[in-house]
Each structure stands twice: as C-alpha cells, then as structure tokens.
Design a protein around this ligand. Structure first.
Ligand code: NAD
Length: 434
C-alpha cells in the first residue's frame, strides 16, 4: 500500500518507518524544513532507541521517503495519516486542532481517487466529523473516508510498541476504509494482535480514556506515597501488594514526581474540557490534573526540606531533565517546574541529562549544563535524581560522595535502597518510603 504520513515528529516518524518496515511504500511529510533536511541527509531529528537503523534500512530499500511538499505523496496514497501535533490551546486547555484542520485542507486540495484519511493524532471526540466536513467542503467531488486510528506508542520504546502493540484501534463505519486499514496492519493480524474496530467517535474517546486512566493510576500511587510518608509505610511494597492483583496490574504504579510528557498533561486537560463542553464532567480526571500540577511544586519543597529547609546559595546537582528516560522530549517534564522553583528559593543549579540537553538548554535560564553525572555533582550541596535514566541506577557512591560538598541525595524515582544509601553515608530522601 502507499502511505503518506503528514507530520514527521515522534509519532509520524516512528509510524512511517514501521509501516515501511511492514513492506508499505511510505512518504513522510513535514513542514519543518530543518527536520526534513536532516532526514534526507541520513540523520534523525529525535532521540528514540533503534530508530536510526530502522529508518536507514527502509530508506536504503526504497520504501521510505521524506519531503516537505505533500502533493505527490498524497496524490498517490491509498491512506494519508495525519500525525501532526495537538498541543493544549493556550489559555483554556482544549486541544489545539489548528494543525489537524490545516493538514486536512491541504490533503483535500490534492487527493486523487479513493483515499482513506486517518487521524493518528490524539483528537477530541467529533474531530473526525470536522475533518470530513473540511475535506468535503474543499473538494465536493472527492472519494474518501475519514478514519480514527489513535496511536498508543510510548516514547523510548516506540518501535516495539508500534510493532507489538497491545491492540490497534480503528474507528470507521466505511467498509472500504476498513479493508485498507486491515491491509495496512496485516503483519499485526498475523501476530494475532487484537484489532478493535469501532465507530469513529468511540475510537477518538478510547485514546483519551486510556491516557486519563494511566494518569489516574500514577496519581493514585503518588497520593499513596504521600500517605506512606505520613503513616510510616513503604509505597513500593504497597504498589507490589496491590499490583499483584490481576484486576489492577503492576504497571504505572511507580511513585514519582508527577506525570509529564507530551501526552498525559495535555490529554487529561483536553478530556476535562471536552467533558465540560458536553455537560458531562469527569470529576476524577479533573482531580488528577489538579493533584498532579501541585505535585511538581511539592517536589521542589521536598528538595528544600532535604537541604535543612534552605537552598539559598547552595549548589544543587540535577540528574535527568527529560520527562522520562530514553527520550530527548522535554515537554511538560517535571524538571521544568522543579528547577525554577529551586532557583527561586536561591539555589544554583547544575544539570546533566544523557539525551535532553540540546532541548533543555532553551528551556532554562541560569543552569550550568555538564557532560556527565560526576561532573554534575562536583562541589554540590545536594543531588536530585529527577529522571531514572539507566546510567543513574548504579552510580559509584564513593566517588559521588567524595566529589560533593555534602552527601545529600534526593531520589525522586526510588531507584536506590534507603538502607544501602544510609550505609554509604548519604542523607537520603526518596518518595513514600521510610
Ligand atoms: P511532534 O510535535 O513531535 O510532531 C508533529 C509534527 O507535525 C511536527 O514535526 C510538525 O512540524 C509537523 N506538522 C504540523 N503541521 C503540519 C502540516 N500541515 N504538514 C506537515 N507537517 C506538519 O508531535 P508528536 O509527539 O509526534 O505527536 C503527534 C500526535 O500524536 C499528537 O496528537 C500526540 O498527542 C499524539 N501522540 C503522541 C505520542 C508521543 O509519545 N509523542 C504518543 C501517542 C500519540
């Protein structure tokens, strides 16, 4: 099949490369000239494990192409995917659909023959109807169907998630479109991946419901962590004891500094706004958003408390800036709240991140970026682990302590064992553990 992927970001590039790897002919389109030039010259604009090899292989074998101009790609395509961003609209938290609608119009202008237009972007219920309306208005003669096919991949494990998903969700009532989608995902049918065919609106809502539920799970265990701190219990053991119940499951029960990233914050908020619009409020999700927002600020207070209530003039070393490991994505990362709050309290910040520094440099002021964890902690009065990159999991504690001004370690991801840290001579603080 011939595929045009409009938007070549974290989702579009991975999806495009994976569809090419399934054997389809894929052209990835992006408006961002620098991104397309990087890809055309063999580079990868984002950090995602394994993506460079996957892209190189499929480009070499002639199945994957990059362009700034969608005309030829769309004209020849059986399926055109919209994978552009849907950020929070400034001020009100609704999903900003301007990129989706602009893409729909551009697609309509050049589409040719029966075309399946697929929204892979995360979009509120009813967006597919509007995309259909725009295309119909732009090209009354067009033969097309608009399908919802939300993406569930996780950055950092995106290729595996795309190729071995828990499920694929396809929302359409159009029989021909259903066949095209079936053909596109054929390799997954062979793997017996469950494919949920449903209506377009239901499919759109499934994506938000899934993200809201995961955000709720994280927020739930974060509140349990706070309770553990108050009552002298251990949140990791609570999570294990709870998670072994098959009805609950152990994933997304790691207490931490609050969820961030390119999806959960904006998607929970957008769901809240949609539900309010339809006069059917989702109060649980409203609370999740509120609790999570406050949590990030509370993490700065935790660091300050670990420094005996005062960080003024003290040097704090921050390990990990991205919203999670194995990505360079800084969107809504907890570090973006924690670091400015510490600076406001008078702290001097040094930081290190294995992949996020280039992105992060534009997002902070007054932070000294270093080239490794041991450089970062030199002379520091405290070290804070914000993101649990693998390389922070087995730090040489003796070396760490020897280069620091004071052996204070705040572990916002619970990657070390309290007893061992104490034995190593650290004043150690973590989340929800005695
Ligand atoms: P992104 O910002 O990384 O990429 C979007 C790309 O679209 C950008 O490169 C932008 O230049 C391009 N673009 C915008 N308008 C365009 C147009 N008219 N023509 C061509 N290119 C255009 O975004 P992302 O993280 O890949 O997310 C895309 C969508 O997928 C969002 O709706 C997001 O919620 C959803 N999603 C993201 C993830 C994730 O982990 N990032 C996971 C699942 C779903």
């Amino acid at each position: 099949m011939r595929v045009a992927m409009i938007g070549t970001g974290y989702v579009g590039l991975v999806s495009g490369a994976c569809f090419a790897d399934f054997g389809h002919d894929v052209t990835c389109v992006d408006k961002d000239a620098a991104k397309v030039e990087t890809l055309q010259s063999g580079g990868i604009p984002i950090y995602e494990p394994g993506l460079d090899l996957l892209v190189q292989r499929n480009v070499r074998e002639g199945r994957l192409h990059f362009t700034q101009d969608l005309t030829d790609a769309v004209r020849e395509a059986d399926a055109v995917f919209i994978a552009v961003g849907t950020p929070s609209r400034r001020g009100d938290g609704f999903a900003d659909l301007s990129f989706v609608y602009a893409a729909a119009k551009e697609i309509a202008e050049v589409m040719n023959g029966y075309t399946v237009v697929v929204t892979k972007s995360t979009v509120p219920v009813g967006t597919g109807d509007e995309v259909e309306r725009i295309i119909r208005e732009t090209r009354p003669d067009a033969d097309f169907a608009v399908v919802s096919n939300p993406e569930f991949l996780r950055e950092g494990a995106a290729i595996d998630d795309f190729k071995r998903p828990d499920r694929v969700v396809v929302g359409t009532d159009d029989e021909r479109a259903r066949n095209v989608m079936h053909e596109l995902y054929r390799p997954l049918f062979l793997n017996e991946t469950p494919i949920v065919f449903t209506s377009r609106r239901t499919s759109e809502l499934i994506k938000y419901a899934a993200n809201a539920f995961l955000a709720l799970k994280i927020t739930f265990i974060n509140e349990m962590a706070d309770l553990c701190e108050s009552v002298g219990a251990n949140v990791q053991e609570v999570a294990r004891g709870v998670g072994l119940d098959n009805r609950i499951g152990s994933k997304f029960l790691n207490a931490g500094p609050g969820y961030g990233g390119s999806c959960f914050p904006k998607d929970t908020l957008a769901l809240v706004r949609t539900a309010q619009d339809f006069k059917s409020p989702v109060r649980l999700v409203e609370t999740v958003v509120d609790v999570n927002d406050k949590r990030k600020r509370a993490m700065a207070d935790k660091v300050i408390a670990a420094c005996d209530g005062d960080v003024s003039g003290k040097t704090i070393a921050v390990l990990g800036l991205t919203f999670k490991p194995n990505t360079d994505d800084m969107r809504e990362a907890p570090s973006l709240e924690i670091i400015p709050a510490l600076q406001e309290a008078g702290a001097v910040i040094k930081a290190f991140d294995p992949a996020g520094t280039v992105e992060a440099e534009h997002m902070f002021s007054g932070v000294e970026f270093t080239s490794g964890p041991y450089f970062c902690v030199e002379g520091a009065d405290a070290v804070v682990i914000i993101t649990e990159w693998n390389e922070f999991r087995a730090l040489d504690l003796e070396r760490l302590k020897a280069s620091m001004n004071a052996p204070v370690l705040v572990d916002l991801r619970n990657i070390y064992v309290p007893d061992e840290m104490q034995a190593a001579g650290f004043k150690y603080t973590s989340i929800g553990r005695p």
